[in-house]
Structure formats: structure tokens, C-alpha cells
Design a protein around this ligand. Structure first.
Ligand code: C2O
Length: 614
């Protein structure tokens, strides 16, 4: 496999090259410069709206204004936001999209445990509106990370080195870029205009894909600008293909600026279990490299099935793929993440982070994930999935709901402008002047292996005279009335289905979903549990991703928006129409749901089957 090829040649020269003046970012025009100079440099105190003015605050600019006026300008610039926020109380308001944060009110982020904070507030300034890049700009083609050549690696390393060398008061610095993620994900911002305060959280909902698309878009353009190459494109970690199922070699060279020392050592190329497991859970015994490569075909087949479930069979409706709506004022944590966000996206975060660190840094916690250059490569592949999903069928389109289209974020661009971007402007990656290298999609047709049509446990339970007879299989059944319960062992529950034997058209119209609701856990910890349908207890081992019965997984990457326990509960929704067909269970009145705890403590509120159209 190409990803097993030797590491790229040592790149010390490129690493040191950032000191050469010729490689410094091109000089800004005078007007750009004065515009930027009038802003306050990064200062945690100022960021918390200190109105202190000192002589050192004075910067030469046209208005001869100082700190407080800069703050006033920001408020004026935010006027439209407050306007939007005030419409929250207006019951006739049509749309209520999520608003960008007020950077001046950024406060410390929470790493995981209460009281353990990180200061990741970025510099702030007045905003400009996002404009699409000129179509005359060259298209940036993002390559698969395991396929790049030496010239590309040199360029990429140089760009990251230059970014790392930028000073802390430059919003484009690697540190500040990493902090963007920390601030948006670990509670450094409250939603603007919402009382009592609700943390801004850009995971666990339909906001996930567009937020990360813009984040990478600007990150990539900053890198391109630093090396003066308008064609520069980030690589993507092709973890959806056997050839890409390792940490790409370019990130594993300790001499490279792409390296990060805070990763799970076992999972590095050459480590004891280097193969990405798309359904990884820390509790599973790690395969040795020999066993991994021996069972490679099986492992890969399982991996491709996981991908197929997340992209195809389990993602037939928009809310299943993107996640559920999040509007201004909604609290987000784990309310409704989409299929890819949940897995493999979350799994790979946790798999890459170092379990020996207090908060599974770097990749295994949102506050620190952006410190690992591999983050942006991982997310390029997540972003690629959005483009691919839309090619998989006629109903696979973006939302048209204004609450999604008008939702907005702010990012710093390659010219240090703070840019306000709306979801509606990022739907077509080609209009953002980037695209992905075409590589095979081995998961596309990796269907589940249908078992012989069998009388399912559910059917047996529902129709036979079980009162007099021994239960059909050893598995004990937990009644629905036992919920809420702490999931401390695998349990199986008979859940009634509202509809059965539906026609093809009905199935296209409405997707049958399994809803696991009222999920409670500590958001500062890794949590994972798996779900299987009609899993007969023939082996004593619950079904895993290698089995047809496997329906999906719930995963939490450690993060926290607020001190203390959140008052809301998470929900897991799994599309199961295809799976029930594969299991020959389409005519049954009930389905047996098995919940298998994998990592961490979790309480489950209940289970139900539902039908959704979108
Ligand atoms: Cu914002 Cu992969 O997380």
C-alpha cells in the first residue's frame, strides 16, 4: 500500500526556510494595512470587553480612534445581528438562523473537566461580508494524502511552517487557527442575543458540515497565500479506502511541521495497531499488525460496510446525513449529529488522540484537535463526503430551509479580514474554487451480506406462545418499561414498528428510523455504544460492525460547553429501512434492538421506531 511506503525525505530545510524573508507573506497594500492596524491586537483582557484605553492602544489610523471606539465599531458592525436576535421574540419571524458569535465576548473554553479551561479567544475586529472567490482563480484540487509527491509535500510543509511562524497577534497563525475550533466547540462563545445564555456549538447538528467547510476553506487559502501559490490545496485523508487507512506518512515524520507528538503512539505507522478502525472503540482488544494485515480482507470489508451504512443505506434522508436542525437559541450538544459526523468522523478523532493525555489531546478533544495538522486533512475527507453524498441519488440534496441557508459564522481570511459567511454560499465547493482528486469509492457497492431470510427473534417473540415455551434464544429481553436505565451491559429490547411490509415507493417517501432517546453521559469523556437489530444470541457475543445485524454507533468526542452537567439529553437516529430488508425482517411487527456499551457510562431514556420524510 502506498501509505506504507517509506516516510518522505527529511524536510529540515523546508522547516527552517520560513525564516527567509523571501518566503514571508507578500506585503499588504497600504489601505489593507491601515484597515488591519486599526484593530486591537489579541489580548484576552480586551477580548472580554475591557474599555481601557492606554497610549499603547493608540494606533495611527484615519480616525485616530482608540480601543473603545474600536469596540463601538464592532457593535455597529454587529447591529444586524442584534436586529436578528430581537426578532427571536417575534412569533411571526419566519427564520431564526444561528448567528455568528460576538468575538469581543469570547470567554475561556472548557477542556473537559469542570474548571479546566483553555484560553482560545481569537483576535477580533469589524467584519466584512463573504464574497465567492473570482471564477478566474485557478481551481484548487485537493489530493489524497497518501498519493502526494515530494514537490507537494515540500510546498505543504513550507506553508504550515510559515503559518506556525506567524506571531500570536496575527489571526492567521497556526495557533489562532487551531483556536478557532476550540472557541466554537468548547464553550468560549455564547449565542448572540439569547438569554439566558446558550453556548454556541457547531457540532451535533446540520451546522457541522458548513462550519467545517468554511474553516478549511480559509485555512487553505491562508496557506496558499503564505507560499504565494493560488493553486495550493489541502490533502484529504482517504480513510474511506483501504489504501488510505493509516495515518498518512506525511504526518508521521517527527522532523516535519506536519507532525504532532500528541497522538496515540500505537496508531502511528509502524505502531502496534496502525490500521484505522472506522468503528474503533477503546475497549476493543487491539489487533497486532500481523493479525491486522492477515485479516486485512475481512477488516477492510467490515470497514467498507461501515462506510456504506454511513453514506448510503443509513443516510437516505437529509437529517440522517447532515444532522438535525439547529436554530438560534437551540442548545446543540449531541442533539442530532449526522451519520458521517458520528462515525467515522468522531471515531477517528478519538482513535488519533492520545488516550494517556488528560483530555485525549490533541485530536481526541475539540479544544485541542486543531493543533494537530492532521485535523485539516481528516476534515477535508469529511468535507469530501458531503460532495459525494450529493451524487448518490436524486433526493440527496442540500436543505432549502432558510434557518440553515442563512446561518452564519465568522472566520479570518488570508488578508486578516474577519469575514461573515452564510451557509448558503458554501454549498457548492466548485464555486469556492476547490474540488477533490477522483479516487475509487470501494464502499459504494459494499452491500451488507444478507443472511438467509430467517424467522427473526422479534417475530418469534411476537407470535409464538412464548408464555409457555422457553424463550427462543438465550438472550434476556429488557422490557421497554425498564427505561430509563443505565447501560452497564448489553441489553435487548423488543420495539414495536408502526408500519410493515411497505411498498418501494412508501419506503422512498419515508425512511424508517430507530430513535435512541434521552441519552445522558458526561460530555467531558469518551462515550460509545453500539446498536444491533435482531441479533440472535447464538455466539454469546453481540453483533459488531462485521455483522449484518449491526445498525450503528453512538460516539462522543470529549468537549464541554458549560460547567456542570448539561440539562439536555442526546438523541441517536439510525436509518434502518435497508437493514430490515437485509435481515428479512420487513414483515415483522416488532424489532429486537440490542444496545452494547463500549466505552464510558451512559444512561438511555428510551427506544422507539419512527418514520421520517426529510
Ligand atoms: Cu469540529 Cu472533527 O471536529
Amino acid at each position: 500500500m502506498s501509505s506504507l511506503s517509506p516516510l518522505p525525505a527529511a524536510t529540515g530545510a523546508a522547516t527552517a526556510a520560513f525564516l527567509r524573508p523571501s518566503l514571508l507573506p507578500p506585503k499588504k497594500s497600504a489601505s489593507q494595512l491601515s484597515a488591519y492596524k486599526s484593530r486591537k491586537p489579541y489580548s484576552p483582557h480586551f477580548a472580554r470587553i475591557s474599555c481601557k484605553t492606554s497610549s499603547s492602544d493608540k494606533e495611527p489610523n484615519n480616525n485616530d480612534q482608540t480601543g473603545p471606539t474600536t469596540r463601538r465599531d464592532i457593535l455597529i458592525g454587529m447591529g444586524s445581528l442584534y436586529g436578528a436576535a430581537s426578532s427571536l421574540s417575534d412569533p411571526t419571524a419566519l427564520a431564526n438562523p444561528l448567528q455568528p458569535p460576538d468575538l469581543s465576548k469570547c470567554h475561556p473554553a472548557i477542556k473537559g473537566d469542570a474548571g479546566d479551561t483553555a484560553d482560545c479567544c481569537p483576535p477580533f475586529s469589524d467584519q466584512i461580508e463573504f464574497k465567492l472567490p473570482s471564477p478566474k482563480e485557478p481551481m484548487r484540487i485537493r489530493p489524497a494524502a497518501h498519493l502526494v509527491d515530494k514537490a507537494y509535500i515540500d510546498k505543504y510543509e513550507k506553508a504550515i511552517s510559515l503559518m506556525k511562524a506567524l506571531p500570536d497577534d496575527d489571526p492567521r497563525s497556526f495557533k489562532n487557527q487551531a483556536n478557532v475550533h476550540c472557541a466554537y466547540c468548547n464553550g468560549a462563545y455564547d449565542q448572540v442575543g439569547i438569554t439566558p445564555s446558550v453556548a454556541l456549538q457547531i457540532h451535533f447538528s446540520w451546522i457541522f458540515f458548513p462550519f467545517h467547510r468554511y474553516y478549511l476553506y480559509f485555512f487553505e487559502r491562508i496557506l496558499g497565500k503564505l507560499i504565494d501559490d493560488p493553486t495550493f490545496a489541502l490533502p484529504f485523508w482517504n480513510w474511506d479506502s483501504p489504501d488510505g487507512m493509516q495515518i498518512p506518512a506525511i504526518f508521521a515524520d517527527p522532523a516535519s511541521p506536519l507532525y504532532d507528538a500528541i497522538r496515540a503512539p500505537d496508531h502511528l505507522p509502524g505502531g502496534s495497531s496502525p490500521l484505522v478502525d472506522l468503528d474503533w472503540s477503546r475497549s476493543a482488544a487491539s489487533l497486532t499488525p500481523e493479525a491486522q494485515w492477515q485479516s486485512n480482507r475481512d477488516v477492510m470489508h467490515t470497514q467498507m460496510r461501515v462506510m456504506h451504512t454511513q453514506m448510503v443505506s443509513g443516510a437516505k434522508k437529509r437529517t440522517l446525513f447532515f444532522g438535525t436542525p439547529l436554530k438560534a437559541g437551540d442548545a446543540a450538544a449531541n442533539t442530532g449529529q449526522g451519520s458521517i459526523e458520528r462515525s467515522p468522523h468522531m471515531n477517528i478523532h478519538i482513535w488519533t488522540g492520545d488516550p494517556k493525555q488528560a483530555h485525549t489531546e490533541d485530536m481526541g478533544n475539540f479544544y485541542s484537535a486543531g493543533r494537530d495538522p492532521i485535523f485539516y486533512c481528516h476534515h477535508a475527507n469529511v468535507d469530501r463526503m458531503w460532495d459525494l453524498w450529493k451524487t448518490l441519488g436524486p433526493r440527496r440534496t442540500d436543505f432549502t430551509d432558510p434557518d440553515w441557508l442563512e446561518a452564519a459564522f465568522v472566520f479570518y481570511d488570508e488578508d486578516k479580514n474577519l469575514v461573515r459567511c452564510k451557509v448558503k454560499d458554501c454549498l457548492d465547493s466548485r464555486k469556492l474554487n476547490y474540488d477533490y482528486q477522483k479516487v475509487p469509492l470501494p464502499w459504494l457497492d459494499t452491500k451488507r451480506t444478507p443472511k438467509a431470510k430467517k424467522k427473526t427473534l422479534a417475530n418469534a417473540f411476537a407470535t409464538e406462545k412464548f408464555a409457555n415455551a422457553a424463550p427462543p434464544k438465550k438472550r434476556e429481553l429488557t422490557p421497554l418499561s425498564a427505561f430509563p436505565l443505565v447501560l452497564n451491559k448489553a441489553i435487548s429490547v423488543v420495539v414495536p414498528r408502526g408500519k410493515r411490509s411497505r411498498t418501494v415507493v412508501e419506503k422512498e417517501e419515508e425512511e424508517e428510523i430507530l430513535v435512541v432517546e434521552g441519552i445522558e453521559f458526561d460530555r467531558g469523556n469518551v462515550v460509545k455504544f453500539d446498536v444491533a437489530l435482531n441479533d440472535e444470541d447464538d455466539t454469546g457475543v453481540p453483533a459488531g460492525p462485521q455483522d449484518t445485524e449491526f445498525a450503528g454507533t453512538f460516539v462522543n468526542v470529549p468537549h464541554r460547553e458549560k460547567q456542570g452537567a448539561p440539562s439536555f439529553k442526546a438523541v441517536l437516529r439510525l436509518g434502518i429501512t435497508d437493514l430490515l430488508e437485509d435481515l428479512g425482517a420487513d414483515d415483522d411487527d416488532t424489532v429486537v434492538v440490542t444496545l452494547v456499551p463500549k466505552v464510558g457510562e451512559v444512561k438511555i431514556g428510551g427506544l422507539k421506531i419512527d418514520y421520517i420524510t426529510d
